[in-house]
Design a binder for this molecule. Structure first.
Ligand SMILES: [Zn+2]
Length: 215
């Protein structure tokens, strides 16, 4: 198994990161894909991925931190991906929840990262919350692009559309929650060949571990 989206670079893992990776391996998780969130985290991701051959780095600018990104970060991203190995651009995308950064600002960084991914023929890791339609419209502008939608929350029709466009649909621990019945129905209809699993760790504990996480 591959954990297709895990923030193992976050500092909550600073004390026991190697043990966490080892435990995941022991449980049958052979590889872990680590998405980038902010420019200042890329160095840590790069370090961890050079120490562990089964940790695969992505570099990107997360939409929830759009007001912390700058134009310079986009140039730095291009420099980062051309001078260092990575498996994808991301995570990038749109998050339309309340209290998230200005939507136009999010869109600016999203579109710019899609351009970079397209130019360098890299897949994209997409964060999309209440914005699946807008994400699909943006992706349509780059028909060559492939990638994954992390922690999918859209409809079955949208999932089918994304699959046709060459995107994998990924689910995390939240699909185990009582209130995720609709999402489980969506997941059931996705062919295994288009389905990915992720922990989004440390962000999405499954239903059995939720109680420990919020304490
Ligand atoms: Zn994430």
């Amino acid at each position: 198994m591959i954990d297709s989206h895990c923030h193992i670079d976050f500092n909550v893992f600073d004390k026991d990161r190697d043990e966490v990776i080892q435990r995941a391996n022991d449980c049958g998780v052979s590889d872990i894909i680590v998405p980038g969130v902010l420019r200042k985290n890329w160095g840590e991701i790069q370090t961890i991925s050079t120490q562990h051959k089964n940790i695969h780095p992505c570099y990107g600018l997360h939409p929830c931190f759009a007001d912390q990104h700058s134009e310079d970060d986009l140039a730095a991203l291009e420099e980062q991906i051309t001078s260092n190995l990575c498996v994808a651009i991301g995570e990038c995308g749109l998050d339309y929840r309340k209290h998230q950064p200005d939507r136009e600002l999010q869109a600016k960084y999203f579109e710019a990262q899609l351009e970079i991914a397209n130019k360098h023929k890299l897949p994209v890791v997409i964060h999309s919350v209440y914005a699946t339609e807008e994400v699909i419209q943006s992706l349509k502008k780059h028909p060559e692009l492939k990638g994954m939608i992390h922690s999918y929350s859209g409809s079955g029709e949208q999932a089918a559309q994304l699959e046709k466009m060459g995107f994998y649909i990924s689910f995390g621990g939240t699909i185990t929650y009582d209130n995720a019945k609709k999402l489980r129905i969506v997941a059931e209809k996705i062919p295994l060949s288009s389905l990915l699993l992720e922990t989004d760790s440390p962000d999405q504990p499954d239903a059995d571990h939720f109680i420990y996480w919020i304490v």
